[in-house]
Design a protein. Structure first.
Length: 100
């Protein structure tokens, strides 16, 4: 079983999308394809928004702030959702942490 990276991520972590993961919006859902495994991943509207804001510059906290504004949720919920999704994406190799 692969080790989760959730404990390694903080709200100040910065991640970038893997260059080898193509994505598209199909019928309102974000579809990511892992070329290495052949698996695809579906993101809901919030997940798709978070994915689109992952740019290798913004921290998870900054992305959560954008989620608060866009979806009118509280900061605690946005931070938790961002951390959970980003940790899953890191575990799947779809995003990678940026090191200083």
């Amino acid at each position: 079983m692969a080790r989760s990276r959730k404990g390694e991520l903080t709200t100040e972590s910065v991640v970038r999308r893997s260059k080898s993961v193509p994505w598209r919006t199909i019928e309102g859902k974000g579809i990511l394809v892992d070329r290495d495994s052949g698996y695809y991943f579906s993101l809901n509207r919030t997940g798709q928004f978070i994915w689109s804001e992952i740019d290798g510059v913004r921290t998870i906290r900054e992305i959560a702030g954008l989620v608060v504004k866009r979806f009118e949720v509280d900061e605690e919920t946005a931070l938790r959702d961002c951390l959970d999704l980003v940790a899953d994406l890191v575990d799947q190799g779809l995003v990678v942490p940026v090191t200083s």
